[in-house]
Ligand binder design. Structure first.
Ligand SMILES: Nc1ncnc2c1ncn2[C@@H]1O[C@H](COP(=O)(O)OP(=O)(O)OP(=O)(O)O)[C@@H](O)[C@H]1O
Ligand SMILES: [Mg+2]
Length: 219
């Protein structure tokens, strides 16, 4: 059985009297621990699809199943728990909390998912992840004191904090230069492989798309 199944996903927006049929029946499957790039022109619906896969948005029709469980139809409270436990997000604009330092930003997902782990264990894991993205020396810095590439590495550590089964990334290299982007992708693909995480990204970046096991082009 595949890890994730998207089945006949449809999504339209209604603006005034106009219907915008954005996703018109998207179906695909992806195996555990593999990577997928979603490409396509601006406005075609890539972010909409990614948000539906990550339970940040609802399809009008169709569903997403993970390990055979239909997550689209889960009650909202279960979806919130599922998202916190199983899905890590990385966004183009990093979306770090400006008033928190680097370590606190990485610890944030643990607040959404109370576990049996102690504060000290969580802190040690956060520090270890930050070292693995070469940010271990900037724990008490605020995001505003970091470059774009450094912020994206912190965002990556945060996405990994709860040991998610899947990472969803929307243009993860969109706001950083090519060399930095490649370096971050090296770290990302090493971690994803080592931890057997399923990785789905939306990207215009051809080198990122080429590194994924599969590509889907939305039209
Ligand atoms: N809340 C909304 N209300 C109305 N239309 C929307 C809404 N969100 C998205 N859209 C429309 O849906 C379409 C798809 O948007 P989406 O953000 O998924 O595109 P995208 O493929 O990610 O584009 P880009 O590459 O520019 O990020 C766009 O035409 C957009 O205007
Ligand atoms: Mg988008």
């Amino acid at each position: 059985m595949s890890f994730l199944q998207a089945k006949d996903i449809k999504k339209s927006y209604h603006i005034g009297k106009k219907d915008l049929d954005i996703l018109q029946g998207i179906s695909f499957e992806i195996d555990k621990g593999t990577s997928l790039a979603i490409t396509g022109a601006s406005g075609v619906g890539k972010s909409t699809l990614l948000n539906i896969l990550g339970l940040l948005d609802k399809p009008d029709e169709g569903f997403v199943a993970i390990d055979g469980v239909n997550i689209t139809q889960m009650p909202k409270s279960r979806q919130t728990k599922f998202r916190a436990a199983e899905i890590g997000f990385v966004f183009q604009s990093f979306q770090l909390f400006q008033e928190m330092n680097v370590l606190e930003n990485v610890l944030l997902p643990t607040f959404a998912m109370p576990t049996s782990k102690s504060g000290r264990e969580n802190r040690e894991r956060a520090e270890r992840l930050l070292r693995s993205v070469e940010m271990g020396h900037r724990l008490d810095h605020k995001p505003v004191e970091l470059s774009g590439g450094e912020q994206q590495r912190v965002a990556l550590a945060r996405a990994l904090m709860n040991s998610p089964a899947m990472i969803l990334a929307d243009e993860p290299t969109g706001n950083i230069d090519e060399e930095t982007g490649n370096h971050i992708l090296d770290m990302l693909f090493n971690l994803v492989k080592e931890l057997e995480i399923t990785f789905i990204c939306v990207t215009h970046d051809k080198s990122l798309a080429a590194r994924c096991d599969r590509q889907i082009n939305l039209q």
